[in-house]
Design a protein around this ligand. Structure first.
Ligand code: APR
Ligand code: PHB
Length: 390
């Protein structure tokens, strides 16, 4: 098979890239190892920055997002049994977040690509990328029990944190910067109306909890747990009792409902530098991982491919390759800003095993400052809704 841009992975990064390239007449083929139903059902995060929403709407895949997305102009920080609202829009000149599940974004993009005649090969697992040294990349993939080849001008590895793209780069050509957090998140999807209008990030003696949602009838909730915890050690009663305890506040009642999905997410930070090797470009989780506390993973993936699409469009249009050569540097400015913000939110809102009472009181001081200083609240707000420039 032959195409201009070979894309590995039909997550937000791969699908947005294919969509943006098609708008400028650039052909691509997306190889996805899972089937369509799986990628459209996979529960992941659900907070879209202003910039992500603007891009999806401006490029014609925002109609359902506009109808069903929940626009929020604030979030709540809850600690010491009190609620503190961070007025996101007021502090950022009107910018907001939109709560809209990642799998809904994926569904909209797949539908739009296929309706436009785009090529997405499902159950097509890439096994390696050859020909990089000769600038004639070939993606080898397995589909229908056969090994096949996709010849292309460039490859975009949008294959997530365990993809083959990064593995195809000679070890010495990239560096990995990473850290792991000694906590994880146990997340549930529950069939119950959210007990809050806006997201609640809670810090309590028992640790972190988050009340998010997916729709007026579906809640998404998280509690911090041990990294080596097994979901089986978290029966529904325990999940709800921990949520009640960590979200407790006079006048607040948390409604319970049937748990539809339960899973544990590790918390780690990873950055790959550079995010490119010859004609192979890494984007999204293939290039960087952030802890979920800042709700940034999907938004960072979209930012990468927006930059990559612009660079490829210019390369195909004029032959200029300076934007392509500057791809990694352009992305990494925001990647490290977002890494810091996500690390900072994680430090500020979690309790870590073996820490001292001093650490706990220091964290309370940080939280009180963020909620009492307009300057500090603005820092959180502008990073949370997404910085326009970095
Ligand atoms: N061949 C083909 N497809 C692959 C391969 C492979 N060898 N390996 C992985 N994939 C597919 C996965 O099945 C997945 O659909 O690549 C896709 C990667 O998508 P994501 O993991 O969603 O990554 P990305 O598009 O970068 O989006 C980042 O996703 O995980 C969340 O929190 C993360 O929000 C962030 C967002
Ligand atoms: C979610 O809705 O799944 C969500 C929201 C905010 C976060 C992480 C996840 O920080």
């Amino acid at each position: 098979m032959l195409t201009q841009v070979g894309i590995v992975g039909a997550g937000p990064a791969g699908l947005v890239l294919s969509h943006l390239l098609a708008r400028d007449g650039i052909e691509s083929v997306v190889l996805e190892s899972r089937d369509r139903d799986y990628v459209e059902r996979r529960v992941r995060a659900g907070v879209l920055e202003q910039g992500t929403v603007d891009l999806l709407k401006a490029t014609g895949v925002g109609a359902r997002l506009e109808r069903e997305g929940l626009v929020h102009h604030g979030i709540e920080l809850r600690f010491e049994g009190q609620a503190h609202r961070i007025a996101l829009s007021e502090l950022t000149g009107g910018r907001a977040i939109t709560v809209y599940g990642q799998q809904e974004v994926v569904k909209d993009l797949i539908a739009a690509r296929l309706a436009a005649g785009g090529r997405i090969e499902f159950e097509a697992a890439a096994v390696g990328v050859d020909g990089l040294e000769e600038d004639a990349p070939v993606v080898r993939y397995r589909q229908g029990g056969q090994e096949r080849q996709l010849r292309c001008d460039v490859v975009a590895a949008c294959d997530g944190s365990h993809g083959v793209g990064r593995e195809s780069i000679p070890a010495g050509a990239i560096a990995l910067y990473e850290t792991e957090y000694p906590v994880a998140w146990l997340g549930i999807l529950a069939k119950v109306a959210p007990s809050t209008e806006e997201l609640i990030y809670s810090y309590s003696q028992g640790g972190f909890a988050l009340h998010s949602m997916r729709s007026p009838t579906i809640s998404r909730l998280y509690v911090q747990c041990r990294p080596d915890d097994d979901p089986a050690s978290w029966p529904d009663e325990r999940v709800w009792s921990e949520l009640h305890a960590r979200l407790a506040m006079p006048g607040f009642a948390l409604a319970e409902g049937p748990i539809l999905e339960k899973g544990i997410t590790a918390m780690r930070s990873l950055v790959v530098e550079p995010m490119q090797y010859r004609r192979l470009y890494l984007a999204g989780d293939a290039a960087h991982i952030v802890p979920a506390t800042g709700a940034k993973g999907l938004n960072l993936a979209v930012n990468d491919v927006r930059i990559l699409a612009d660079a490829l469009v210019e390369w195909y249009r004029s032959g200029r390759d300076d934007l392509l050569r500057g791809y990694s540097a352009a992305c990494l400015r925001r990647v490290w800003r977002v890494q810091h913000f996500s690390w900072w939110m994680t430090q500020m809102l979690h309790r870590f095993e073996g820490e001292s009472e001093f650490d706990h009181r220091l964290r309370l001081s940080q939280l009180r400052y963020v909620c009492s200083s307009r300057a500090a609240a603005t820092t959180l707000a502008e990073n949370y809704v997404g910085l326009e420039t970095v």
